[in-house]
Design a protein around this ligand. Structure first.
Ligand SMILES: *Cc1c(COP(=O)(O)O)cnc(C)c1O
Length: 387
């Protein structure tokens, strides 16, 4: 048994696919410390710079004093605290849905939502570039699993029109995590309404960042008034919101169905109430600190300007996810490693995470980056391009 595992690990190593963890010994911020060395990081999803915000730390401490540390039980036993409840109410109001339900992670929210809404007689239609958690959820649901080319709504429509199923669920990232592009949400909603399908939208990277007051992708001007009863909205709370967890927002019948049958909701200990308490502060800061989204816009503009004459091009993206395409995997790894030697962290993303020949550096911007941080990155990239 051990020899077999060792052999598989050796093969992985040989292919250059072995992944390792680095030990961070500072809070998550634009500058982090790894093994005693300071790095400028363009690798986290802490888009608004809230993960280490003094007010969030203070509310986490206040939450610990009020509720203790552990929830002690699952939501349906006696782990559902006032903090969880207040947060659900705040998130529903903030995203414009009648109800919301809190999950411990985005991965669990996706698993719970898809498996509670789809079963053997149903069909799931998924964008090819969706997050892995949505694919895992679809497989676990045992529904027919039909993937369509990235944002190709004609292909999706053709499949919706021909596939026979009791329920049809279209699932899509709202902002694609390796591309940074935004799904055609308005048209997806219209299509789902026409074919009596549900639309499950994963806004992990849009919540807090996009739309009026950071209310998410549904509040982008081009999606205004596109709410629909067919829509089931999911967003995570460990990215822009700076803490951890996730929520699903939808019509009351959907939320009640999840409470009754989403196994990743039922069979797990509720997330620590102190985190839910801190997240109430997060929601307030997201809503009020317009300057954070403005800082992000400024950083995006500066990055786009600064990389114009490089041999590698940014994919078109108006989100903090700014992928710099190298095409070649070895090239992506080489640049990522060289940047690291300059004290700058930008991950190289290679197949199979992205399509063959589409390796890239995934630059992830934060409101916490200062103009001189972005400058340092573009200067280093220019230096590497001419080396
Ligand atoms: C990060 C992410 C998730 C998982 O969320 P966690 O809270 O980290 O488990 C789900 N969907 C997408 C699109 C993500 O980027």
């Amino acid at each position: 048994m051990f020899a077999d595992l060792a052999e598989q690990l050796r093969i992985r190593e040989q292919k250059g696919l072995r992944r390792t963890r680095q030990i961070v010994d500072s809070p998550q911020a634009s500058h982090i410390t790894i093994d005693g060395r300071d790095y400028l990081a363009f690798s986290s999803n802490d888009y608004l710079g809230l993960a280490n915000h003094p007010e969030l730390i203070a509310s986490a401490c206040d939450g610990a004093r009020r509720y203790g540390v552990g929830a002690g039980a699952s939501h349906l036993v006696n782990g559902h605290s006032a903090a969880h409840h207040d947060l659900e109410t705040a998130l529903a109001a903030f995203t414009g849905f009648p109800q919301a339900l809190l999950f411990s992670t985005g991965y669990m929210a996706n698993i719970g939502m898809v498996t509670a809404l789809a079963g053997r007689e149903d069909a799931v239609f998924a964008d090819k570039l969706n997050h892995a958690s949505l694919n895992d959820a679809a497989l676990l649901s045992r529904a027919q699993f039909i993937r369509y080319p990235h944002c190709d709504l004609a292909a999706l429509e053709q499949r919706l029109a021909t596939v026979q199923a009791r329920r049809k669920l279209v699932i899509s990232d709202a902002v694609f995590s390796m591309e940074g592009d935004i799904a055609p949400i308005r048209r997806l909603i219209a299509l789902c309404e026409r074919y009596h399908a549900w639309l499950l939208l994963d806004d992990a990277h849009g919540f807090g960042v996009l739309g009026e007051q950071g209310r998410g992708s549904l509040f982008l001007p081009e999606n205004a008034h596109s709410h629909s009863p067919n829509l089931v909205y999911m967003a995570t709370l460990g990215k822009a919101a700076g803490v951890s967890g996730a929520f699903v927002a939808a019509q009351p019948e959907v939320i009640e169905t999840l409470i009754q049958s989403a196994r990743s909701y039922i069979y797990t200990t509720a997330t620590a109430p102190l985190l839910a308490h801190a997240l109430l502060t997060s929601v307030r800061l997201i809503k009020q600190d317009e300057w954070r989204r403005e800082a992000l816009q400024r950083n995006m503009a500066q990055l786009k300007q600064g990389v114009q004459s490089l041999p590698w091009k940014l994919l078109p993206s108006n989100t903090p996810i700014q992928p710099l395409l190298t095409g070649d995997s070895a090239e992506a790894v080489r640049i990522s490693q060289a940047l690291r030697e300059h004290g700058i962290l930008v991950p190289a993303i290679r197949p199979p995470t992205v399509p063959q020949g589409a390796a890239r550096l995934r630059i992830s911007l934060s409101a916490a980056h200062r103009p001189e941080d972005v400058q340092r990155l573009t200067d280093a990239l220019h230096e590497l391009a001419s080396a």
